[in-house]
Each structure stands twice: as C-alpha cells, then as structure tokens.
Design a protein around this ligand. Structure first.
Ligand SMILES: Nc1nc2c(ncn2[C@@H]2O[C@H](COP(=O)(O)OP(=O)(O)OP(=O)(O)O)[C@@H](O)[C@H]2O)c(=O)[nH]1
Length: 412
C-alpha cells in the first residue's frame, strides 16, 4: 500500500472512532503537529513576547497593592521570567519540535504561576490574598494557546499551588479562601472546556481536510489514468490512432509556423495475415507488442511519437527533422524488426517477421495540409510493399520514390 493510501486509511479509521481522547495514532499525530508547526510557532512566539511584557507590567499591581514586594517582584519579572521565556522562545524556534513547543507553553505558564506565588509570599499586607486572582489571568492566557492535555496539567499544577498558598498565606482563610479557590476551579474548568472543544474542532477540521485532499488526489490520479488510457493503444501500449492524429496536427502547425521540416514514417508488418493464420492470433498479438517495442526503441528523440494506427500498421511522427535523418531512422526500424528474429512460419520470403516502411518529409508551406504528408508516406509504403516488402521506400520533396531493400544495399 502506498504512503498516501496508508495515510488516507488512518484518517478514515480515526474519523470512524471519533476523538474522545483528543489524540491520533502516532503517525497521524506527527503529521497533524508538523503541518501546523510553522503557524503555531509564530503565534506562540508572538504570544510569548506579549506574555513577557504583560508579566513585567504586573509590577503596577505590585506597586499599588503590595508595595513591600516591588523590589523583589521587579527583579523576578524582569530578570528571571523575561530572560527565561526569551530563551525558551529561542529554543523552540531553533529546535522546531512540535510536541516540545506544546509543553514549553505550559511550562512558561507554570513558571509564571510559581513566580506570582513567590511574590505573594513576600507580601505582608492583606492585599496579597486579593492578588490571587492574577493566577486566574495566567491560566486563561496560557490556555488560549496551549493544547488540551498540557493545559490540563497547568490547571492541576495551578490548583496545587493555590492549595499550597492556602496553607501558607496568613490571611488566606474562611470564606475568602473558599471563594478564591472556587473561582480558580471554575475558571480552570471553563477554560479547559473551551480548550477541549477548540482542539477537538481543530482536529476534526484537520481530518476532514485530509479526507478531502485524499479524494482530490484520487480523482486527479484517475483523471490522469483515463487521459492516458484514452491516448494509448491497449495492446501495444504505444499511442493510439486518435493521439497520433492530434499529435500530427500539432506538429504540422508547429512546423508550418516555424518553417522547419517534419517527417512521417509508416510501418506495416509483412504478411501478417499469414502470421496469424500460421501461429495463431495470440502469437500475433505478442508479435505486435514486440514490433511496437522495437519501434519505440528506435525513436529516441523526446519530441517523436510512435503510434499504432490499427491492425499491423504503425507510424512514427518526427518533429523538426531533415529527410536524411528520418530515412536513417526508418532504416534502423526495418533492420531492428528483422533483427528481433521473430519466426514467421507463414512467410513466403524471409523466415522471420519483417516490416515494410514508407518515409516522407516536408517543410509545410502556408496552405499545405498534413494529409499531403500522410499520402506521400502512404505512397512510399505502398511502393515498399509492391517492390517485395522488407524494405524502406521514401518520397522526398521532389515527389520521387526511392527504395532501399533489406540490408540497405543500393537504392532504386
Ligand atoms: N493478432 C492480431 N492480428 C491483427 C490485429 N489487428 C489486425 N490483425 C490482423 O492483421 C492482418 C492484416 O492483414 P493484411 O491487411 O491483409 O496485411 P498483411 O497480411 O500483413 O499483408 P501485407 O501488409 O501486404 O504484407 C489481418 O489478418 C488482421 O486480422 C490484432 O490486434 N491482433
């Protein structure tokens, strides 16, 4: 199974199973994280820089509510949190490891919660307790960025810190303690719920996009296959008649426009009816395939086209070629087919399969039609048959047909 097909199958299986645990099979998870890596890294870098400024800006609250902590808070905010987050951002931009990036986000959140708790522990006034709401801001801010499972870890960590503070801060008692803890609990639960649904929707959108892509790829591939089949002869796998006609029209127009010569080489297997009668139709098919392969091997230029016109008749259309070169290719074709040595038990002349070849070339003038070139090549082929087969006859621009018998010994 191809890599694309395996991927498409995993997508379908995951869609069928649903996403209760917000995770994909390993290979799909890697692809999911990797395809969003660039945009996510940029968003996280921007949010990280904003977080450094926000956390530093909270020194205003330090100054207003717990002035005794300002010096310590300023040092923590500017000399500890800022540099550490900046180093973290540099690391995630350098390593570009998606899962690490996801966890670095919440590590930064946990770090901010811990530093805030340390600042509050320095405060002596009653306002330290009131400032616990700042932890909620950190949770919400971090969870808007983080994926669900790391965000859940942050929620649990923050609740543990809150409970730790509950037992440490002097005024953190009674209704106030219950109220702030419940507030943090509610904020965490709602934030995580939003976080869960957002990630679930993001993952579902990814799966549906992957399915859509797989369908489009399959459609594109089958279009290409159909287009190829429509142009190809099923038995010999060279171009078919329709493709040959289109190609000839294009090559003709090109030659007419640029005033360059082009050539047609018509090839017909000799005594093929007798071959079929003697060796059977199936062997006849194999013979056609062998001849088609030999023709393809003789036409080495990318711009040439070998096609089966029907029955045992083939054509080679040659683009931008002079008469002498076309003739030499035609002679190579005749010699190559004979050299295949395919036994022809029904042949009255040579005991192997041979071909007769007609060549014509022209530099099309305005107003000329491609049919003229076909007629000339056909006439040359007819002459090759008439003169005993297994030979190449060509008609030059002067309209005179000259023939080269097998082996190329002399032209008549
Ligand atoms: N095996 C096979 N035979 C085919 C196919 N298409 C056409 N033929 C046969 O090719 C033979 C062509 O015979 P003719 O047109 O009389 O030509 P020929 O026997 O080669 O005689 P010359 O061309 O004069 O040498 C016929 O018997 C067709 O049945 C094919 O796809 N497979």
């Amino acid at each position: 199974m191809s890599v694309e097909a395996e991927h498409a199958e995993r997508v379908e299986q995951t869609l069928a199973q649903g996403l209760p645990a917000l995770s994909f099979p390993a290979a799909l998870e890697t692809h999911f994280l990797a395809q969003a890596e660039g945009s996510r890294r940029r968003a996280i870098t921007e949010a990280g820089l904003a977080a450094v400024m926000l956390f530093a800006g909270m020194v205003v609250a330090d100054a207003l509510l717990t002035p005794d902590t300002v010096k310590f808070a300023l040092a923590v905010r500017l000399l500890v949190f800022g540099p550490v987050v900046l180093v973290g951002l540099a690391v995630l931009n350098a390593l570009r490891i998606p899962w690490l990036t996801e966890w670095l986000i919440v590590l930064a959140g946990m770090f901010a919660v811990t530093l805030t708790a340390l600042i509050l522990l320095q405060a002596e006034g009653r306002w330290a307790v009131a400032r616990l709401v700042e932890i909620n801001i950190i949770v919400v801010y971090t969870c808007t960025l983080a994926r669900f499972w790391p965000a859940l870890a942050l929620g649990a960590f923050t609740m543990a810190v809150q409970l730790g503070l509950a037992t440490t801060l002097p005024d953190f008692t009674g209704v106030l303690a219950i109220n702030t803890t419940l507030l943090l609990g509610a904020v965490t639960v709602f934030t995580l719920y939003g976080n869960y649904t957002l990630e679930r929707d993001e993952r579902m959108a990814y799966l549906l996009a992957q399915r859509e892509q797989a369908l489009q790829d399959a459609l594109h591939t089958s279009h290409q296959q159909l287009a190829r089949m429509a142009r190809t002869d099923a038995l010999t796998e060279v171009a078919n008649r329709r493709h040959a006609e289109d190609f000839l029209a294009q090559t003709w127009a090109h030659a007419q426009q640029r005033q360059v010569p082009m050539a047609l080489v018509m090839i017909d297997i000799d005594h093929f009816k007798r071959y079929n009668d003697h060796h059977g139709h199936l062997s006849g098919d194999r013979c056609l395939q062998a001849v088609a392969r030999a023709l393809s091997a003789c036409s080495r230029r990318a711009g040439d086209l070998v096609a089966r016109l029907g029955g045992e008749e083939f054509v080679l259309i040659m683009n931008d070629v002079d008469h002498a070169s076309a003739l030499s290719v035609a002679q190579r074709i005749q010699a190559s087919v004979q050299a295949l040595g395919v036994p022809h038990g029904g042949s009255p002349s040579v005991p192997v399969v041979t071909v007769s070849v007609g060549v014509a070339s022209m530099r099309p003038r305005p107003g000329d039609e491609a049919l003229l070139l076909m007629k000339r090549a056909d006439d040359a082929l007819y002459a090759a048959k008439a003169q005993g087969r297994n030979r190449v006859c060509d008609m030059g621009s002067d309209g005179v047909i000259r023939c080269t018998p097998a082996g190329g010994e002399g032209r008549a």
